[in-house]
Design a protein around this ligand. Structure first.
Ligand code: IPE
Ligand code: IPE
Ligand code: MG
Length: 235
């Protein structure tokens, strides 16, 4: 793959775990478990091929609507795999958790803070893990900060521009997402990076569920991306 045509920032909606399990008469949590392994492989692969920013959607602000047992199983799994700090340490990956972390239980919040601290001086790929994340919720948070900064006299309302909003999102300091990949045959963003994806290319893959996603599928999405003609409104 030509480095030039690689997206700088990739977003992945890791979807289809439940259907994968159902097809095999397994509980949904079995799909999430395999999905966690795939997460590890794909993070490693993206780092290897030189992706600079990767954002993965692990749990949305809407996913609390699921049965209590499934939410609990997911939270337990997050403790195990999202916080598997050795993987990040070995590969010098800079990890940031994005989302409303205050909605997570205290222990998980502490583990997240530790994980972020131990990875903060690395120079490898930036990995954002979206946990209790919603794009609209993120914009609401940014707006609260705008209002606060105006009240504190740090921001003149006439100086409020797109950059000022980007600077207050969870992804502050990072480039907008170039490519969004979603397996599982759903053709929607489900509240993922809605501000940052204004000009993203979307690759929706209907032949694969997340637990079956692998390096080959990733290459396929990257090839599709390289073929796209990005115009950003120009000619
Ligand atoms: C994605 O898989 C994982 C999370 C949303 C946490 P799903 O659990 O949504 O799987 P499907 O869409 O029901 O198959
Ligand atoms: C989006 O998938 C959230 C994650 C993958 C974490 P969902 O399965 O929750 O999305 P919908 O409900 O199909 O839109
Ligand atoms: Mg789903």
């Amino acid at each position: 793959m030509n480095q030039e045509n690689l997206p700088r920032h990739i977003g992945i909606i890791m979807d289809g775990n439940g259907r994968w399990a159902k097809l095999r008469n397994l509980p949904r949590s079995a799909g999430h478990k395999i999905g966690a392994k795939v997460f590890r492989n794909i993070v490693t692969y993206c780092n290897q091929i030189g992706i600079q920013y990767l954002t993965v959607y692990a749990f949305s602000t809407e996913n609390w609507k699921r049965p209590k047992e499934e939410v609990q199983a997911l939270m337990q799994l997050f403790r195990d795999y999202l916080l598997e700090t050795e993987t990040y340490l070995e590969q010098k990956i800079q990890v940031r958790f994005i989302g409303d972390l205050s909605g997570l239980d205290e222990e998980l919040q502490q583990l997240i803070a530790q994980c972020e601290t131990s990875c903060q001086d690395f120079d490898g790929m930036h990995l954002n893990i979206a946990l209790n994340y919603g794009g609209r919720d993120e914009i609401v948070h940014a707006m609260r900060r705008v209002v606060q900064d105006v009240q504190d006299g740090k921001l003149d309302p006439s100086a409020l521009d797109e950059q000022a909003i980007s600077d207050r999102l969870y992804t502050y300091g990072q480039p907008d997402v170039d490519l969004i990949i979603r397996p599982s045959g759903e053709y929607r963003l489900s509240n993922f990076l809605i501000w940052q994806s204004a000009y993203a290319e979307c690759v929706f893959m209907d032949q694969v569920l997340w637990p079956d996603f692998n390096e080959k599928q990733m290459d396929k999405a990257l090839k599709e991306y390289a073929r796209r003609n990005r115009r950003f409104g120009g000619v």
